[in-house]
Design a protein around this ligand. Structure first.
Ligand SMILES: Cc1cc2nc3c(=O)[nH]c(=O)nc-3n(C[C@H](O)[C@H](O)[C@H](O)COP(=O)(O)OP(=O)(O)OC[C@H]3O[C@@H](n4cnc5c(N)ncnc54)[C@H](O)[C@@H]3O)c2cc1C
Ligand SMILES: *[C@@H]1O[C@H](CO)[C@@H](O)[C@H](O)[C@H]1NC(C)=O
Ligand SMILES: *[C@@H]1O[C@H](CO)[C@@H](O)[C@H](O)[C@H]1NC(C)=O
Ligand SMILES: *[C@@H]1O[C@H](CO)[C@@H](O)[C@H](O)[C@H]1NC(C)=O
Ligand SMILES: *[C@@H]1O[C@H](CO)[C@@H](O)[C@H](O)[C@H]1NC(C)=O
Ligand SMILES: *[C@@H]1O[C@H](CO)[C@@H](O)[C@H](O)[C@H]1NC(C)=O
Ligand SMILES: *[C@@H]1O[C@H](CO)[C@@H](O)[C@H](O)[C@H]1NC(C)=O
Ligand SMILES: *[C@@H]1O[C@H](CO)[C@@H](O)[C@H](O)[C@H]1NC(C)=O
Ligand SMILES: *[C@@H]1O[C@H](CO)[C@@H](O)[C@H](O)[C@H]1NC(C)=O
Length: 543
C-alpha cells in the first residue's frame, strides 16, 4: 500500500506541530456525526474548553439550525418541531431527505440523527438495564450521567401546557383492559424500574411543546462557545492514520470535493455516526474484520498500509428489538390525527390551541399508552416486552410489541463494495430461548385480548402464528462496536475498552449506540443519551 501524499503531509504536520496552511484550524477533538451522541459529546467537550469540530453529513431540521422547511401557517416552526406531526413522520416531505440511503434499515442522515425523525418515545431505562454492562458501567456508575441528561432533557408524560391529556379515548380503553388483567398504572418517568405488568401514558421527548433532544437541549449551549464549530453537509469518509495515531479525517463536502481536516497535536477523534454507520468509517480506516476492510479497498477508499490494519470484530454483536404487530378493534370512536389538515392549515382548532395556548393534541406524540411486562424463557432468562399503542383507524389501535432486555440473539453488520452497510446475519430470534419467549408472550397477549367480554377483537393478524409472522425491525440497533474488557484483537468480542477507546488505536473513541453491549427494556434514545454523557466523562478523564 502506498500512503497518499495528503496523508503523508498530514502526518508531517502533526510531527512538526504546525499546520500546512495558516488559515487551517487544528482541533483538539473532531466528533463525527451530529446525532444525539455526537451533539452531547461535542457540547461537553467544548464546555471542558476543548477546541471541537462537530461534523454532520446532513443539515439542520429546525429554523434555528437553518431549515427552510417551515409550516404553511408558522414560519418559525418546521414539521419536525410539532409533536403531533411525528405520528405520520414517514409521510412528511422531509422524510426522504432525512433518511440515510447507505444503511440496511432506517437511520437518519440529518442533524439530530434518529432523534430528529423518531416517534419521540422516551423511556427512562430501569437500573437493571445496565446489569450486563462491564465494570464501571453499572447503574450506580452512570446514575450521575442520567441526572445530567434529565436535567437538560427530561422527557414528559404530560406535554400540553394546560396539564391535560388530549385524545385520551384509547388510553381509557387500555386502562380498562389492563386493570381487568390485574396490571398496574404507573408514570413511566417517575417509576422507571416498574416494568412488569404495568402501563402508562407515553413518555415523550418533548419540551416547551416541541420535539426536544440534543438539537434543542444541548446544541445551543455549545454554539455559545467560541471553541465549538459545527460543520453541516460534510460526510466523513475515513480516518487519516499514522500507525496507531489518528491525525485527521478525510471528508466529502456537499459539492463532492474531498478534504482532510486535521487534529491538533494530542488531538482525538470521537465517532458518533450511529450503530449502522460508525462501522463503515472503521472499515474505511483499516479497522475491523479483514473481509470488510477489503471491501473498503474495492470501494476505492484510501486505506492505511496493511501492516497498520487493526483486526477487530466490528459489526459483530449487532442487536435490535424485534417488533410484532397486533391490531385490535374496539367500539371506540377515536382515530389517528388528520395530519393533512394540520399541514394545510385547515384544522384551525388544533392549530389555534397549539399556537395560542401551547396546548392540545399537537403537543402529543403518536402513542396513547405504553405497557411493559416480562416473562421467563425456557432457558431461565427473563425477557422484557414493551407495547406502544396508537390509533390506527377509527376504533382500531395497533400495538407495536417489542421484545427487549434479556434477548440473547445477535447478528452481524457488514459493508459491501459500494460502501453500503448490510445485515450479514439477522439479529432477530437467532436463539431457541428468544423464539420460545416470543411465542409465550404473544400467546398470552392473544389469550388476554380474545378472552370473553373484553370488548376487543383481533384484526388482520388473528392468531399467535400470524402475529409472530409480522416480525419487523425495531430500529434500535446496538453492539456493532461493542464495549468490553475482552480485547477483540485477541479473540475477544470487544471493539472499545471501558474508556470507549478503540483497541489498538491511541486516540480514537466511539460514543454512540454501537458501543452498547446489551439492549435496554425500552426504546433506545434515552439510553443512548445517558451513555453519551457517561462516555464523554470517561474520555475527558482519560490521559
Ligand atoms: C425512524 C426511527 C424511529 C425511531 N423511534 C424511536 C423512538 O420513538 N424512541 C426511541 O427512543 N428511539 C427511537 N429510534 C432510535 C433512536 O432514534 C436511535 O437509537 C438513536 O438516534 C441513536 O443515536 P446515535 O447517536 O447512536 O446515532 P444516530 O441517531 O444514528 O446519529 C448518527 C449521526 O451521524 C451522522 N453520520 C453518519 N455517518 C456520518 C458520516 N460518515 N459523516 C458525518 N456524519 C455522519 C448521521 O447523519 C446522524 O446525524 C428510532 C429511530 C429511527 C431511525
Ligand atoms: C479554546 O481551545 C484552546 C485550545 O485547546 C484552549 O487553549 C482555550 O483555553 C479554549 N478557550 C475556551 C474559551 O474554551
Ligand atoms: C431550502 O434549503 C435547501 C437546502 O438548504 C436549498 O437547496 C433550497 O433552495 C432552499 N429553498 C428555499 C425556498 O429557500
Ligand atoms: C472503484 O474504481 C474502479 C476502477 O476505477 C471502478 O470500476 C469502480 O466502480 C469504483 N468503485 C466505486 C464504489 O466507486
Ligand atoms: C386540507 O386537508 C384536508 C384533508 O384532511 C382536505 O379535506 C382539505 O380539502 C384540505 N384543504 C386545503 C385547503 O388544501
Ligand atoms: C408560531 O408558533 C409559536 C409557538 O407555537 C407562536 O409563539 C408564534 O406566535 C407563531 N407564529 C405565528 C406567525 O403565528
Ligand atoms: C364499548 O365497550 C366498552 C367495553 O366493553 C363498554 O363498556 C361500552 O359500553 C361500549 N360502548 C358502546 C358505545 O358500545
Ligand atoms: C392463523 O391465521 C393465518 C392468517 O389469517 C391463517 O392462515 C392460519 O391458518 C391461522 N393459523 C391457525 C393455527 O389458526
Ligand atoms: C476464540 O474464542 C472462541 C470462543 O469465544 C473459542 O472457542 C476459541 O477457541 C478461541 N480461539 C483462540 C485461538 O483462542
Amino acid at each position: 500500500m502506498r500512503r497518499s501524499l495528503l496523508e503523508g503531509l498530514a502526518g508531517l504536520g502533526l510531527a512538526l506541530g504546525v499546520s500546512a496552511s495558516c488559515q487551517e484550524q487544528l482541533y483538539d477533538y473532531i466528533v463525527v456525526g451530529g446525532g444525539p451522541s455526537g451533539i452531547i459529546t461535542a457540547e461537553r467537550l467544548a464546555e471542558a474548553q476543548k477546541k471541537v469540530l462537530l461534523i454532520e453529513r446532513g443539515y439542520g431540521p429546525t429554523v434555528a439550525t437553518g431549515s427552510n422547511h417551515t409550516l404553511s401557517w408558522n414560519d418559525t416552526l418546521t414539521e419536525i418541531d410539532i409533536p403531533g406531526l411525528s405520528a405520520g413522520i414517514a409521510s412528511l416531505d422531509v422524510w426522504k431527505e432525512y433518511i440515510c440511503q447507505d444503511t440496511p434499515s432506517y437511520a437518519a442522515c440529518v442533524l439530530g440523527g434518529g432523534v430528529t425523525v423518531n416517534y419521540m418515545v422516551f423511556v427512562h431505562p430501569p437500573e437493571r438495564d445496565f446489569e450486563n454492562w462491564p465494570q464501571g458501567w453499572q447503574w450506580e456508575d452512570v446514575a450521575s450521567a442520567a441526572d445530567r441528561l434529565y436535567e437538560r432533557n427530561p422527557g414528559s408524560t404530560l406535554p400540553s401546557a394546560d396539564g391535560k391529556h388530549y385524545d385520551d379515548g384509547l388510553y381509557s380503553v387500555l386502562s380498562n383492559f389492563f386493570d381487568n388483567l390485574g396490571w398496574s398504572s404507573v408514570d413511566m418517568i417517575d417509576q422507571p424500574n416498574e416494568k412488569f405488568q404495568v402501563y402508562s401514558h407515553p413518555a415523550w421527548n418533548i419540551q416547551d411543546e416541541k420535539r426536544a433532544g440534543p438539537v434543542r437541549t444541548y446544541l445551543p449551549l455549545a454554539q455559545q462557545r467560541e471553541n465549538f464549530t459545527l460543520q453541516l453537509g460534510t460526510k466523513v469518509i475515513r480516518l487519516v492514520r499514522s500507525g496507531s495515531q489518528v491525525t485527521g479525517v478525510e471528508v466529502e463536502t456537499a459539492s463532492g470535493s474531498r478534504q482532510i481536516i486535521r487534529l491538533a497535536q494530542d488531538g482525538r477523534v470521537v465517532l458518533s455516526s450511529g450503530a449502522l454507520s460508525t462501522p463503515r468509517i472503521l472499515f474505511n480506516s483499516g479497522i475491523g474484520p479483514r473481509s470488510q476492510i477489503l471491501n473498503a479497498q474495492k470501494a476505492n477508499v484510501t486505506l492505511p498500509p496493511e501492516n497498520d490494519w487493526v483486526e477487530l470484530p466490528v459489526g459483530s454483536n449487532l442487536m435490535d428489538h424485534p417488533i410484532f404487530s397486533i391490531e385490535v378493534k374496539t367500539n371506540g370512536t377515536w382515530g389517528p390525527l388528520d395530519a393533512t389538515s394540520v399541514l394545510n392549515g385547515t384544522d384551525t382548532s388544533s392549530i389555534d390551541l397549539y399556537e395560542r395556548q401551547n396546548s392540545g393534541v399537537l403537543t402529543e406524540g403518536k402513542h396513547r399508552a405504553i405497557f411493559f411486562t416480562s416473562n421467563v424463557g425456557s432457558d431461565g432468562i427473563t425477557r422484557y416486552y414493551q407495547g406502544s399503542c396508537a390509533p390506527a383507524v377509527t376504533g382500531v389501535f395497533s400495538i407495536t410489541a417489542y421484545m427487549t432486555h434479556g434477548l440473547t440473539s445477535t447478528g452481524v453488520l457488514g459493508m459491501d463494495e459500494n460502501g453500503n452497510t448490510f445485515f450479514e446475519q439477522s439479529p432477530y430470534l437467532q436463539t431457541d430461548g428468544d423464539v420460545d419467549a416470543a411465542e409465550l408472550f404473544i400467546q398470552q397477549m392473544v389469550d388476554a385480548i380474545t378472552a370473553p367480554s373484553t370488548g376487543l377483537t383481533l384484526q388482520t393478524y388473528t392468531n399467535t402464528s400470524a402475529i409472530l409472522d409480522t416480525l419487523t425491525n425495531g430500529i434500535h440497533y446496538t453492539g456493532t462496536a461493542k464495549m468490553g474488557v475482552d480485547d477483540g484483537r485477541k479473540n475477544g468480542t470487544s471493539v472499545v475498552d471501558l474508556n470507549t477507546k478503540v483497541y489498538g488505536i491511541d486516540n480514537l473513541f466511539i460514543s454512540d449506540a454501537s458501543i452498547h453491549p446489551d439492549l435496554p427494556t425500552g426504546n433506545l434514545q434515552a439510553m443512548v443519551m445517558i451513555v453519551a454523557e457517561a462516555a464523554v466523562a470517561k474520555i475527558l478523564a482519560y490521559e
